[in-house]
Design a protein around this ligand. Structure first.
Ligand code: TYM
Length: 334
């Protein structure tokens, strides 16, 4: 892929710290697919972010390739879009160090994800977990991205990236493009099926709370049947009906309808029917992704070709920014 100067640039990443969920898909990857023709798109597998919590090396390797395969199976096209593995482009870690020196301790301390993760991994509150957002800022700023398509939970990190870019540009004008978070109209926050006050997350201890993209159909059906709702038995969205509202959002996306159409379709029907319909719709939506991913994982040579070419293209773009940054801050040229 060559960068088209007429088009704006989109960048985003997913961590391979486990299996991807319906939240990752609906909040992020599904939206990316439709952006490929209108933007220069760069999507990476953030394996450097993943090691901020302990990983089993063999699993991390497998999950990294699995995320890449899922990117392609979801419809990201390596001919149109740069797909690569973060650790293959050394400039990410290089720029992250520099940005660390322009990021305040207080700013990082306020990050919700840091507070959550340090509470969850109290025995391993490492420096990487703390400076995680500066690595994310490096991912974004290296490619002079205009937009960052993410779910709501990542918006705080994009805002911090803007603050860092602003501070840097004030000291060294015209270094970085100012990025903006880009949220899908719906799906930006898919909630847990067991506790709809929490976002759906792969790190939840209760496996019934999330749907994995590679879950078998019978598991998807079971998880939807057990989804927490309420005792009101009306299929409408309301603040005091977070479980049902979440299911309506998921079903609407899975069947390409508006939430209003879903409410009309299920008027007068009960939760049992609705949950079965949700399960079936999600099974059908995910079927091609699961099957496509399984096929791609059998073709490691193809995946290798994709991530190697992607890294080459990404490294070229990243180097241009690094040279500029080095020059601006006073590092002697090589
Ligand atoms: P990660 O790996 O946790 O999630 C990947 C993407 O999925 C979205 N997402 C959700 N959206 C809606 N509902 C949910 N329940 C849900 N769960 C996850 C996330 O918002 C995200 O868009 N730090 C990032 C990865 C990252 C990154 C970046 C993102 C690293 N570098 C640069 C953008 C730009 C993260 O942990 O996402």
């Amino acid at each position: 892929m060559i960068m088209d100067k007429e088009k704006k640039t989109m960048l985003s990443c997913v961590q391979p710290s486990g299996k991807l969920t319906l939240g990752n898909y609906l909040g992020a990857m599904r939206n990316w697919v439709g952006l490929q023709d209108d933007y220069n798109c760069i999507f990476s597998v953030a394996n450097e972010h993943a090691i901020t919590v302990r990983q089993v090396p063999a699993e991390l390797r497998r999950n990294t390739l699995e995320v890449l395969a899922q990117y392609i199976a979801c419809g990201l096209d390596p001919q149109k879009t740069i797909l690569f593995i973060q650790s293959h482009v050394a400039a990410h870690a290089e720029l992250a160090w520099i940005l660390n020196c322009y990021t305040m301790f207080g700013e990082l301390s306020r990050m919700t994800q840091f507070k959550d993760k340090s509470a969850r991994h109290a025995d391993n509150v490492n420096a990487g977990l703390f400076t995680y957002p500066t690595l994310m800022a490096a991912d974004i700023l290296l490619y002079q991205a205009d937009y960052v398509p993410v779910g709501i939970d990542q918006v705080q990190h994009v805002e911090l990236t803007r603050n860092i870019a602003q501070r840097f540009n004030n000291l060294f004008p015209n270094t970085f493009t100012m990025p903006e978070a880009y949220l899908g109209k719906v799906g930006a926050k898919v909630m847990s099926l067991q506790d709809p006050a929490k976002k759906m997350s792969k790190s939840d201890d209760n496996t019934n709370s999330f749907i994995l993209l590679l879950d078998k159909p019978e598991d998807i059906m079971r998880k939807f049947k057990r989804a927490v709702t309420d005792s009101d038995n009306r299929i409408v969205r309301a603040e005091d009906k977070p479980g049902v509202s979440n299911l309506i959002g998921i079903y609407a996306l899975a069947t390409n309808q508006t939430p209003e159409q879903v409410e009309a379709e299920f008027e007068g029907k009960g939760y049992g029917d609705f949950k079965t319909a949700c399960g079936e719709a999600v099974v059908e939506m995910l079927r091609p992704i699961r099957e496509g991913t399984e096929d791609l994982l059998k073709n490691k040579d193809y995946l290798e070709q994709v991530y190697k070419e992607g890294a080459q293209q990404a490294a070229y773009l990243a180097r241009k920014t690094m040279d500029k940054v080095h020059r601006k801050i006073g590092f002697v040229a090589k």
